[in-house]
Design a protein around this ligand. Structure first.
Ligand SMILES: *Cc1c(COP(=O)(O)O)cnc(C)c1O
Length: 418
């Protein structure tokens, strides 16, 4: 005996009657809805009015829509706002800051090329360069970002991409961007790219550093941002961007972006659009609070060094002062290995109550992260160290006096561990 499938739905079946209406309803909302926040447009499919529109649709500029992956009103608006932040002209959005960095390398480099990267670059970008790019036959060299002669000595005919970062990750040395750019500009075959996550387009203008470029700018050729950090401001979104001023460079990267299938979610784009209006206020608040914390650390005998670009005596302070006035929300301190075993520094970190242990920064909550200095750098004062611990603080938006009291009590707990 076989089970017979029931016959098709009768004409009066309410399910059949509403199915089409729930998908294709004749009502259309009036256009012209105006509000502060742009709408959250979510789509894979977008419509073409007819085949002529399908054939003639231009996807490369923002005059039309072809597919959700290639842009919606929400992502177009976010791209335009981000570009204007640092005086750029075009923006590409990527699912994370790291994917924005790797997009640049994938778009610009091929087997046989070389990329130069600073000693203190964001570590995952160094790892991508060292492991993935090497596997594709793309070589790299690590230069001393505090010494423009080091960059000059490593550039070759094969150099196609030069990374800058200001200040460097974790150790926060600020490079002389103008001097590095002047060196790079003697080799117009190399694109100069800046990871500008720390500056967020607010600390200094990377496209106007006063060094003429082959392209339409007087600064770097492109910037990358981890929007995850300050632009989001919530510690709850991952996104990255690549901002350019040169149409040809933008198009080259946009084609790679499309082929790689990089897209961002509409709700994440909306979260970014919510964060942008308060970005300058938040950045200034992080900056002011962090300077107070840095000064406080300068008066403490437990640490041998305080690293913060706006602090006199911090590596690259003069280079920072030449181009920048703002300084973001990061400060690092060094616990000398001779005086403090790493277990003692761990005890200090564990005793903190307001500072939570965690990666990233730019959100409302203050964070702390310890790093062993051994093997961390090839150049500069941290190269060749056998011991020592650096502790990085990301200063949030809490009351600074509460943060200082927390640091003070945690240092007390460290002393008890002997
Ligand atoms: C956090 C960070 C990134 C990567 O951002 P994600 O969104 O976490 O991938 C890149 N560069 C710098 C300097 C960063 O601090």
């Amino acid at each position: 005996m076989t089970d017979k499938l029931p016959p098709g739905a009768p004409a009066a079946d309410p399910l059949a009657q509403c199915a089409t209406r729930l998908i294709q309803h004749p009502y259309e909302a009036p256009t012209g809805f105006g509000s502060v926040m742009p709408g959250v447009f979510k789509a894979s499919t977008v419509f073409f009015e007819n085949t002529a529109a399908l054939r003639s649709r231009e996807w490369k500029d923002k005059t039309g829509y072809t597919y959700g992956l290639h842009g919606t009103p929400t992502t177009f608006i976010l791209e335009e706002r981000l570009a204007s932040l640092e005086g750029g002209l075009q923006t590409l959005l990527a699912p994370s800051g790291l994917s924005a960095l790797t997009l640049v390398a994938q778009g610009l480099l091929k087997a046989g090329d070389e990329v130069l990267i600073p000693d203190n670059a964001y570590a995952p970008n160094r790892d991508f360069t060292r492991v993935e790019l090497a596997a594709w036959g793309i070589a790299h060299r690590v230069y001393d970002q505090q010494d423009p002669a080091s960059l000059a000595s490593l550039i070759s005919e094969r150099t196609r991409l030069i990374w800058l970062e200001a200040p460097g990750s974790v150790t926060l040395e600020f490079p002389d961007l103008q001097a590095l750019l002047a060196v790079a500009r003697r080799h117009p075959h190399a694109v100069v790219a800046l990871d500008n996550t720390w500056g967020a387009g607010l600390a200094f203008n990377p496209f106007e550093l006063g060094v003429p470029a082959p392209t339409d700018t007087r600064g770097v050729d492109l910037t990358v941002h981890a929007l995850t950090k300050y632009p989001s401001g919530g510690a709850d979104v991952l996104m990255g961007s690549v901002v350019t001023r040169d149409e040809a460079l933008h198009l080259k990267l946009k084609l790679t972006h499309m082929r790689l299938g990089l897209g961002v979610g509409a709700n994440d784009a909306e979260a970014l659009l919510r964060g942008l209006p308060s970005l300058p206020l938040r950045y200034a608040a992080h900056d002011d609070a962090t300077r107070r914390v840095a000064q406080w650390w300068q008066g403490r005998s437990e640490v041998s060094q305080v690293l913060h670009p706006a602090l006199r005596g911090s590596p690259g302070h003069e280079a920072w002062a030449k181009v920048a006035s703002r300084a973001g929300g990061l400060v690092s301190v060094v616990f000398d290995g001779e005086r403090h075993r790493s277990e003692q520094v761990d005890a200090f970190v564990d005793a903190l109550r307001l500072f939570r242990i965690g990666y990233s920064w730019g959100g409302p909550m203050s964070l702390v992260m310890p790093y062993g200095l051994r093997g961390m750098r090839q150049h500069g004062a941290f190269a060749g160290l056998k011991s020592g611990t650096l502790v990085r603080f990301a200063i949030g938006l809490e009351n600074v006096d509460d943060l200082l009291a927390d640091l003070d009590q945690a240092l007390g707990a460290m002393r008890l561990t002997g």
